[in-house]
Design a protein around this ligand. Structure first.
Ligand code: C2E
Ligand code: CA
Ligand code: CA
Ligand code: CA
Length: 278
């Protein structure tokens, strides 16, 4: 350990090593974590504006680690993505998600589920086959499955991603550009992609109440999206003021803490029941 305040570099070094070790452990333990039930999927509802009708949910992965406790996906997803294990993650989440949709359908609820896709998966030519197989296995219509992909992910290697996106689109799944506005966003780029939905990054939605610039970005994404015939979704909707502004702009769908935090399977089902059986 560093002894004087004058040596911040030394004081920082052990914690870097510690983080590296932890990352290494997360990567090497991931497969076993899936097999032993440490990995679960939480669901965050999406509602139509202005009706507030629940149209579906986003599936968000969670890891309850025996030593580290709850590990944030922002930490372990990038680590897992850097390895060949991202397939294991995507397939697990997709399977759980489709199982949910099937149960909703059995109860007469027609709701869609959104699964996040990693850049790596977009380069995997076999992925569309696995999607078709999973849809068939759960007997779910393809239109009820949405994939959210980040624009930086697609732009990292468009040559590789485009064929996979086209095949996914041909299957009939819905494609959404996530975190829109943060990367290389451009109108030309959006037009080239076979996408149906654009999801405004939460940083702009969160800033809307205090920052006129953020407000302008949100408004122009809504207009741009609609002019391209896309469904526009806002994430990070935390208060009534933001919701009202989005309604005023004509935004189609809202997601955020105002509606609900991501919930475990059981808690999501309870939330749904409380909402629909009034
Ligand atoms: P994301 O796809 O942008 O997901 C939205 C994140 O915003 C989630 O964080 C969600 O809990 C959080 N959020 C939702 N509503 C609000 C709100 O009103 N205010 C604020 N401040 N935050 C809100 P989470 O669950 O920690 O996930 C973080 C990221 O991890 C996701 O960002 C996504 O990129 C990645 N991720 C999560 N699950 C998966 C997965 O199954 N596969 C892949 N490849 N990535 C995943
Ligand atoms: Ca997402
Ligand atoms: Ca997002
Ligand atoms: Ca994100």
């Amino acid at each position: 350990r560093a002894t004087s305040e004058g040596t911040p570099v030394k004081a920082y070094a052990p914690s870097m090593g510690h983080l590296f070790l932890r990352r290494f452990q997360l990567v090497t333990q991931f497969r076993q974590a899936v097999e032993t039930g440490q990995i679960s999927v939480h669901y965050q509802p999406k509602v139509a504006l202005p009706s507030r009708q629940v149209v579906g949910a986003e599936a968000l992965v969670r890891w309850t680690h025996p030593e580290f406790g709850r590990v944030d996906p922002d930490e372990f997803v990038p680590a897992v993505e850097a390895t060949g294990l991202v397939d294991v993650l995507t397939d697990f989440v997709m399977d759980r998600a489709l199982e949910r949709v099937r149960r909703w359908l059995d109860r007469g609820l027609r709701m869609s589920i959104a699964v996040n896709l990693s850049v790596r998966t977009l380069g995997d030519e076999d992925f569309p086959n696995r999607v078709s197989a999973a849809l068939a296995r759960h007997d779910v219509p393809s239109g009820l499955l949405t994939f959210e992909l980040t624009e930086s992910g697609v732009m990292a290697d468009p040559e590789r991603a485009l064929p996979v996106l086209r095949r996914l689109h041909a299957i009939g799944v819905v494609l959404a550009v996530d975190d829109f506005g943060t990367g290389y966003s451009s109108l030309a780029y959006l037009r080239q992609l076979p996408v149906d939905e654009v999801k405004i990054d939460k940083s702009f939605v969160l800033g809307m109440g205090t920052d006129l610039g953020d407000m302008a970005v949100v408004r122009s994404i809504v207009e741009l999206g609609h002019s391209l015939g896309l469904v526009v979704v806002a994430e990070g909707v935390e208060d009534d003021a933001a919701r009202d502004q989005l309604v005023g702009m004509g935004c189609d769908v809202a997601q955020g803490y105002l509606i609900s935090r991501p919930l475990s399977e059981d808690r999501f089902e309870a939330w749904l029941r409380a909402r629909t059986v009034q």
